[in-house]
Design a protein around this ligand. Structure first.
Ligand code: GLC
Ligand code: GLC
Length: 854
């Protein structure tokens, strides 16, 4: 396959620069990092939502569209004179060939620039900090020697809030849509200083306390709010009727599909440029403050538009006119270029601060840009989104995963520990008293999701994993004393520590015939459903009847995970003076490790599981799926059988049977036939997803296992294979999805096109890649008393420097490796003083650390 390049990194600006709009798949970015979020593709496609991509969807998006990625925030530019074609700065939707195109995806912002006939249009999209709005600063620049007269149309399509019903309940939807408009257009209400605002208020008069708006900071010459009027029933986004005609209709939507479009006439002298600021925002009002005292606004329920100003006696609350105060306030915060530039500078400073917390200088630009920029950025995104909204996740399917969110926070906790703390409490609140838990919860309500329920027996362990990472980063043991309910039921509160205790108990109380953990619906591998047999194509593997009663299905993945987390928990208990509890759990961990050695070792690698009937899975005895990655990863990370050589043999088997040029596949040989007793895994075609795809998320487990075994070259080789910056260099076309972030899955060696990526962005890979490189390869590990230094390096690595802010103190850690050893710290000096051992004790201030390996 011929490999083309579509863009390149700009490390200085922390941007990925896309220079060809026709990327092999939409290459997207995320705006916002707290409450208000937008997804934006390199051609300005995508959508916005408040907190929850399912329940508070602001703008509509069509998944699976033909062509791909249609709908978004679009601008159309038409020259008032002459025959030149309508164009869009992001190329789409018009697809008029541009003289220049560039999309710069940066840290929570995107800038798209297009040029046509000596007019340049550049749009900066971002969500300002602490703001429930996406700001779009559009700059038009006349590069010619002539006066340019332009017609500019904006466009957004509203979603009727619940993104699921928006796509299905048309008998209702087509009658409910309502809008209001404030505009200087003659005959319409307007407000000084708030030039042209289109409000979307569908369902506001009933249970909703929220509306959305789209404004521009100028007196627009017109607008449209009804899709059919603006686009035309037989046209597409590429040629809306109003744009083609160069004339808005000032339409007011009554049901059908409400949209928001401004029409602006622009005159530019030679060399002149003008800015327009658009704000797409969201407002919530208190029940008593929902409506305005009537002065009038044009709104949907009265037609036709020109006669629709509502007249009511002054001062009375008019239950048809929404209270716009908060919208006006936000619009006023961004009504000049100076204000927008200032907010943008604040966003950039925010990212400077976040990214200054951990920084490496290694001399390898491909490593540095992933560690210093993109991997950390992706961790923020996965922390915010879990697996909800991407161009592969519709935002209506899943909320926050219990296991996913615990893993995500480990990639994020060094950045904003307070948010990680809150997340831990939210997650723990969805746990059941017996330690089991909901598999997912909704971010808006924070309630467990009943559709999927619980019964995934690895879930509880992840709470330990997340919480301990938080305490080690912050030294904040007080989180253990927080009162946290079960299943969000008031009155059931116990300490978070108690939640951790019941989590591990849940494993111990659910052991199978070999003393190994019973798997339940599934462990980390959602698709290894050993108790959920189904021949019914209409059933979901994960929610179908769970036949775990009497089942012998045990998981070696949970066994390894348990040993790792139980040991960590025992160490924590010691720290806080709970010696008996520490002892109890250490014994359980030791017993589990013994059970693994006795019943979980297949000869050359760790077994994967026992099935419902007690038969082996992931054994040389099997015809397909002889070896799996998860148990090799977790049992080697746990160091089970390290002295006896099991770790090294397991890792060698991974290299021999699972590794390939693009990474490590999940299992081998791939399943070619359907095994009902294994569930979803064997339903996938060979080489994809959990059936022998390269499921990037679990590659780091093996990499960390390699560092436990002290094999630095092997660790690095596995790491670099799935590191986006290496893929970016020579495989952009094959890889297909964004080359600046990891994807969940790359097609494995048994697939039709090995190396093709899918499901970019929302994957546990982000947090695990971060943990792997920051703590195990570069080897700077937060620990209770300080920073533990334990690198595991490839033989070529001779020197690097990490700057690490830790609990408010700044450490500059310079590591030299004169002999090119993989592991072993010979000496450490802290501010010129030699220290014993390899833990740099925490103290405030700035510190210089010299580490010599050997
Ligand atoms: C997806 C899920 C995650 C699961 C993994 C493997 O990434 O979000 O929870 O562990 O698939 O099945
Ligand atoms: C796993 C599978 C994915 C499925 C999901 C549902 O992540 O990889 O295909 O959609 O589980 O939870």
């Amino acid at each position: 396959m011929e490999q083309k390049r579509y863009g390149h990194f700009d490390d200085q600006h922390r941007e990925y620069v896309i220079t060809d709009p026709q990327t092999p798949w939409p290459w997207i970015n995320y705006l916002g990092n707290e409450d208000f979020f937008s997804l934006i593709s390199n051609t300005a496609g995508g959508y916005s939502f408040y907190k929850d991509a399912k329940f508070r969807r602001l703008t509509r998006y069509r998944y699976n569209g033909v062509p791909m990625d249609n709908g978004g925030r679009y601008f159309y530019i038409k020259e008032a004179l002459g025959e030149s074609p309508v164009w869009s700065p992001g190329w789409k939707p018009c697809k008029t060939p541009l003289d220049f195109y560039e999309c710069r995806h940066g840290m929570n912002y995107t800038r798209i620039t297009g040029r046509k006939n000596d007019v340049e249009c550049s749009v900066l999209f971002f969500v300002p900090l602490k703001t429930w709005a996406e700001v779009q600063k559009l700059t038009l620049n006349n590069l010619s020697n002539d006066v340019k007269r332009l017609k500019l149309f904006s466009f957004q399509e509203w979603c009727l809030w619940n993104a699921a019903t928006d796509m299905e309940n048309f008998q209702r939807n087509f009658s409910t849509g309502e809008v209001e408009v404030e505009s200087p257009t003659p005959g319409l209400p307007s407000r000084e200083g708030v030039a042209t605002v289109i409000y979307h208020k569908t369902e506001y008069k009933e249970r909703r306390n929220h509306y959305a708006y789209y404004s521009v900071n100028t007196a627009a010459q017109g607008f449209d709010t009804d899709r059919e009027s603006f686009v035309g029933l037989y046209n597409g986004f590429d040629a809306p009727e109003c744009v083609v005609a160069g004339q808005p209709k000032n339409s007011i939507a009554h049901g059908w599909s409400p949209i928001a479009s401004h029409y602006i006439e622009v005159e530019l002298q030679p060399g002149e440029s003008k800015d327009y600021i658009f704000v797409l925002g969201y407002v919530e009002n208190e029940q008593e403050e929902k409506y305005e005292r009537a002065e009038g606004a044009v709104q949907s329920s009265n037609a036709p538009a020109a006669r629709s100003t509502v007249q009511t006696s002054l001062g009375a609350l008019d239950h048809t006119i929404i209270n716009k105060r908060k919208a006006h306030e936000t619009i006023a915060r961004f009504d000049t270029s100076e204000k927008v530039d200032k907010a943008f500078a604040e966003l950039n400073r925010y990212w400077d601060d976040l990214l200054n917390i951990y920084k490496v200088e290694s001399g390898n630009a491909k490593l540095d840009r992933m560690v210093n920029i993109w991997n950390q950025y992706q961790c923020m995104v996965t922390f915010c989104m879990s697996r909800s909204a991407s161009f592969f996740e519709s935002g209506i399917g899943r909320g926050m995963g219990f296991r996913d969110s615990n893993q995500d926070l480990v990639g994020f906790v060094h950045q904003i520990p307070e948010r990680a703390r809150q997340r831990i409490i939210d997650i723990a609140s969805t746990q059941f008293p017996d330690g089991g838990c909901y598999h997912q919860y909704q971010p808006l309500t924070k309630r467990g999701n009943n559709d999927i329920g619980g019964g995934f027996n690895d879930d509880p362990c992840w709470l330990i994993f997340g919480t301990i990472a938080y305490i080690k980063e912050t030294g904040d043991f007080s989180i253990l004393d927080e009162q946290v309910p079960f299943d969000n039921q008031p009155g059931t509160e116990v300490t978070l520590f108690e939640h951790l205790r019941v989590s591990l108990n849940h494993v111990i109380e659910n052991l199978g015939p070999h003393g190994l953990p019973l798997i339940g619906r599934a462990d980390w591998n959602d698709c290894l459903n050993l108790n959920c047999f189904s021949w019914d194509p209409n059933e979901s593997f994960q929610t179908t009847e769970n036949k775990s009663e009497g089942s012998k299905a045990e998981s070696l993945m949970i066994a390894g995970l348990f040993v790792v987390t139980a040991k960590d928990y025992a160490a924590l208990c010691k720290r806080i003076g709970k010696d008996a509890e520490a002892e109890r759990m250490q014994q359980a961990a030791d017993a589990m490790a013994e059970a693994v050695k006795q019943y979980g070792w297949d000869g050359e690698w760790f077994l994967r599981a026992y099935d419902f009937y007690g038969n082996k899975i992931g054994s040389a005895e099997n015809e397909e799926g002889k070896i799996f990655i998860e148990s090799q990863g977790w049992c080697t990370m746990a160091g089970i059988g390290l002295e006896e050589g099991l770790v090294a043999r397991s890792l060698d088997s991974v290299k021999k049977y699972l590794d390939c040029e693009h990474g490590i596949v999940l299992n081998n040989p791939a399943f070619t036939t359907y095994h009902v007793e294994m569930g979803e895994i064997s339903s996938y075609p060979a080489g994809y997803k959990e059936n022998a795809g390269i499921f990037c998320h679990n590659n780091p487990w093996v990499i960390i296992g390699e560092t436990v075994a002290g094999r630095g070259d092997d660790a690095w080789t596995h790491y670099a294979k799935i590191l986006p910056s290496y893929v970016e260099e020579d495989r952009q076309t094959l890889h297909k999805v964004e080359p600046y972030v990891n994807c969940q899955m790359v097609a494995g060696k048994d697939a039709a096109r090995p190396g093709e990526g899918k499901n970019s962005w929302l994957t546990g890979t982000a947090a695990w890649m971060w943990l792997t490189v920051s703590q195990y390869i570069l080897g700077i590990k937060p620990d209770y008393d300080g920073l533990l230094i334990d690198p595991c390096l490839p033989s070529t690595a001779r020197e690097y420097t990490v700057s690490r802010r830790f609990r408010g103190a700044d450490y500059t850690i310079h590591v030299v490796n004169p002999q090119g050893v993989a592991k072993g710290v010979k000496t450490i000096t802290l501010d010129g003083q030699a220290i014993e051992g390899n833990v740099i004790p925490f103290s405030e201030g700035n510190h210089q650390v010299e580490v010599v390996m050997g």
